[in-house]
Design a protein around this ligand. Sequence first.
Ligand code: DGT
Ligand code: CA
Ligand code: CA
Ligand code: ZN
Length: 595
Amino acid sequence: MRVHRFSNLQIAGTLREMGELFDMEGVQFKPRAYERAALGVEGLDREATDIYKEGGAKALLKIAGVGAGIAAHMEELFTTGHFSEYERMKKRMPVDIAGLTAVEGVGPKMIRTLYRKLGVKNIRDLERVARKGTIHTIPGFGEKSEQKILKGIEFLKGSGGRRLLGDVLPQVRVLENMIRGFPETDVVAVAGSIRRRKETIGDIDILVTSKKPAKVMERFLGLSFIGHVYASGATKTMVRLKNGIDADLRVVPDASFGAALNYFTGSKEHNVALRERAIKKGYKLNEYGLYKGTRLVAGRTEGEIYTALGLQYIEPEMREMTGEIEAARIGPSGDPSRLPHLISYDDLKGDLQTQTNWTDGVDTIEAMAGAAMRAGLEYIVITDHTKTLAMTGGADEKKLRKQMAAIDAMNKKLQKDGSSFRVLKGAEVNILKDGSCDIDDAVLQELDVVGAAIHTNFKESRTDQTKRIIRAMENPHVDIIFHLTTRLINRRAPIELDSDAVIEAARRTGTVLEIDAFPDRLDIKDDYIKKCVMAGVKMSIDSDAHSVEHFAVLEYGIAQARRGWAQKKDIINAWPVDTMLGFLKDKRSKKAVGR
Ligand code: DGT
Ligand code: CA
Ligand code: CA
Ligand code: ZN
């Protein structure tokens, strides 16, 4: 039987788009089902095409999130090369969904209306009709929403087309695995801003060692998701992937692998400083190695290069020229370096911000607990929204008490089943314009962990916003400020704050600042984190999960913390749960006395 080959990236991309198309048409449940299947395919460690070849449609059912209906569509794709329902839907709605939803405030249903009424297919069309002022003539749209769309487009333009790490990294891992699977490749490494885990990514840089470079390039060019080839030579190929991201693949010699990895990891500024240091020590450093005259001194590994330069190994997340080289210097008498021992990717024991179907999350408390366990966590805090966020179905005092009872019951059940996993009671209370919280102290007091966050009134002055946050921090029951600056990457600017005053107030009140790990938030940023570390302000790393899949985003929060030089001691949910709870309790009583 002839099977049409599709990469997991392509399949997942199509499934995700199907979900968005259904969402646009207002169909229930299917959007989630397709999104889940897309995540399942992305998470595979082998090609879905091969799974189908070996085991047919039945084997596809084993993929997480893939049920009979979606398996049948995939089978059609493999046997005929077509996905007829997708093609039909796409014909009805030939719009660039990903491009349009990238604009803040533009969602699937709005896209449908804009296409049907004004023929808007892409951002260019959208900008044109918004500038002409035709959008506000459609029922349901006002001049205000038209202005908001224009602002969203402007903001997006300012991003220079950079993609979120959280969108790129899963795809890069698929790509990396495929290249690793070529018989001729020896070592594969992803370099550039992805290895440094920057918030946003310009392009993908991949390095390979191989005895047959030409063959590697040939196989790479044969991958089904390559859209356009800019240039291809014996050791370097530059392409644009079908999803619009550029990727560079380089084949480097074994003896230079470490030097090449170091060079192409960057940052450029870090490289320049390393090179200057090499020169001062009588060496020459480039992407082929560290040389004394023409003699290669180091180059096979990054470690030997740093060692030869009298430096401790510097983690990629710190290579931004913010003092890392100075801190890594090993003194003449062998003094140890002052580099921090960064928090590691497996250090988190719990998650302090998760939403459930009690408000705007999609999964039950039980399902979220199960997923957290599978993600290797020992506890989670349920932090549903509160009453003034009406659009989320935010909880009032009564509903919160009801949820606390449900959590008590769940913990009993867990205990009976012999599990040590714990579900803690919390809330994401809304900080009102004046800095007060929208839930009574009496109820807050009963919660294990209280997060407070701004979700409205983004435009207040710097003075007012700073006062507002500080007032919220002074509430003895507020343990953590969630996503402090409320920025959305490529979509919404942060609120104006006096960061020094906020950090000083956090220190004084013992309030924790969150590092929200959600890929478009990553709030607070690395420089803020570094300031907190220096001031001794504790932080948490939370997923802000709204569904069971979202625990995966914790990784981006940890990356953010590492780029801010945070250690385990700085992150309260890297501590044992009782230490963490004890810390919050202590802080609450100290704050209450100080008031
Ligand atoms: P991106 O792609 O904009 O997110 O950021 P990077 O850091 O991945 O930058 P990219 O892809 O232009 O180059 C990859 C690395 O190669 C970069 O981090 C450092 C190195 N590199 C590129 N151009 C230069 C250069 O002109 N001088 C030096 N020293 N290094 C460079
Ligand atoms: Ca890059
Ligand atoms: Ca590049
Ligand atoms: Zn929030």
